[in-house]
Design a protein around this ligand. Structure first.
Ligand code: CP3
Length: 360
């Protein structure tokens, strides 16, 4: 028996269909970081909330900022407004944001002893505010478009937890990887268990699709990528609820700069791979398009170009993927804060308009 849902039926399901490589009328599109500082209404709500984490923890305002881009643009999916660093915060590392410097931790990890002490957070307790946001957003969406839940990959979360914040060199985490691999593996394993619980709780709270952000997998050698990042994403995929409310819950894995490992990512059992702009989408489709859907892959900086250049780039990417099911259009990474919102609208409308010819 599949679970019955109290939710309104989904009006626009082309995003879910495309992830499962089923036919659609036009190519679905959403933007990573679609709720964010490029929108004046986001900045206003954020100012009302105070700091970024207060915004994430305020159910009503987190719901409001999730919906803001959907009021402006005909997006085919909503993404939970939260952050990947909620899990390390719930593990007790003390997350804070310093203006202009990105995320930081008060108590970064440096040894096996630190890792052994880490708890696996209960998603309905320490992370209950995220589940409250999922429930509120799903209700407010009223079936317009599906809701994406997400998490960071264990490797990407571990980089912030060991470095204590953002890094250019990844010196501390790589030191742990190569001088004390047992400590890092224990950390990655605890994170994988935490991510499984967290994502499954998001599904139970109403998320209809899941995405894992592996922003920093691409800084590893091929062998180290498989050992420290991919292996744990594979464990996550195997532990997730894949069907809920009588529908498949598709899973997308996104390793930024992971283009050379697409076959290995596709073999994890995920439904879709996220692609950044450094891999040609036609090449990606030829390599893995018979196994998984592909999400991507316009360079977010292209949104600085004149309208005609944006349309041309969208047309080139659509032509690269060509006919057939299994493409979700997106940027290759998050939208930047200095983008003109009008350009985002041009991008989204171009995807719908120019893709109809590939779905006859
Ligand atoms: O896509 C969405 O609209 C959903 C919300 C979302 C945020 N962060 C909101 C956010 C998602 C999916 C994330 C994921 C995330 N967070 C990732 C993985 C994706 C990626 O971009 O690579 C990473 C690495 C983080 C960690 C993180 N959070 C950083 C590095 C920063 C600072 C960046 C900056 O521009 O200052 C954040 C903060 C953050 N997360 C903001 C938003 C909208 C900006 C906070 C603000 O000042 O309002």
């Amino acid at each position: 028996m599949t679970q019955q849902s109290n939710h309104k039926p989904l009006k626009n399901d082309r995003y879910l269909k495309a992830l499962l490589r089923q036919p659609v009328d036009v190519t679905p599109v959403w933007m990573m970081r679609q709720a964010g500082r490029y929108l004046p209404e986001y900045k206003a709500t954020r100012a009302q909330a105070g700091d970024f984490m207060s915004l994430c923890k305020n159910t009503e305002l987190a719901c409001e900022v999730t919906l803001q881009p959907l009021r402006r643009y005909p997006l085919d999916a909503a993404i939970l407004f939260s952050d990947i660093l909620t899990i390390p915060d719930a593990m007790g590392l003390g997350l804070y944001f310093e203006t202009g410097e990105g995320p930081k931790f008060e108590r970064p990890l440096s040894s096996m002893a630190d890792v052994e002490k880490l708890p696996v957070p209960d998603p309905e307790q320490e992370l209950g505010y995220v589940m409250d946001a999922v429930r509120a957003i799903r209700h407010a969406l009223a079936g317009e478009v599906p809701l994406i839940g997400f998490s960071g990959s264990p490797w990407t979360l571990a980089t912030y937890m060991v470095e204590g914040g953002s890094t250019k060199t990844f010196g501390k985490i790589k030191k742990m990887a190569f001088s004390d691999p047992a400590a890092l593996h224990l950390l990655l394993d605890k994170l994988a268990d935490s991510v499984i619980l967290y994502l499954n709780a998001q599904v139970k709270a109403g998320a209809q699709s899941l995405m894992v952000f592996d922003t920093w997998g691409g800084v590893l050698s091929p062998a180290a990528y498989k050992e420290f990042s991919l292996r744990y994403m594979e464990k996550i995929v195997a532990g997730l609820i894949r069907e809920n409310e009588g529908r498949k819950v598709p899973v997308t894995l996104f390793t930024k700069n992971g283009g050379q490992w697409l076959e290995a990512i596709a073999a994890t059992g995920c439904d879709a791979v996220g692609l950044d702009w450094t891999t040609d989408i036609a090449d990606a489709k030829a390599r893995v398009g018979d196994k998984v859907a592909i999400q991507g892959n316009m360079d977010p900086c292209m949104l600085h170009a004149p309208a005609e250049r944006i349309r041309q780039e969208v047309a080139t990417i659509l032509a690269g993927f060509g006919e057939g099911a299994g493409h979700v259009f997106n940027l290759g990474h998050g939208i930047h804060p200095d983008i003109d919102p009008e350009k985002a609208g041009i991008f989204i409308n171009s995807v719908h308009k120019l893709s109809a010819q590939y779905h006859k």
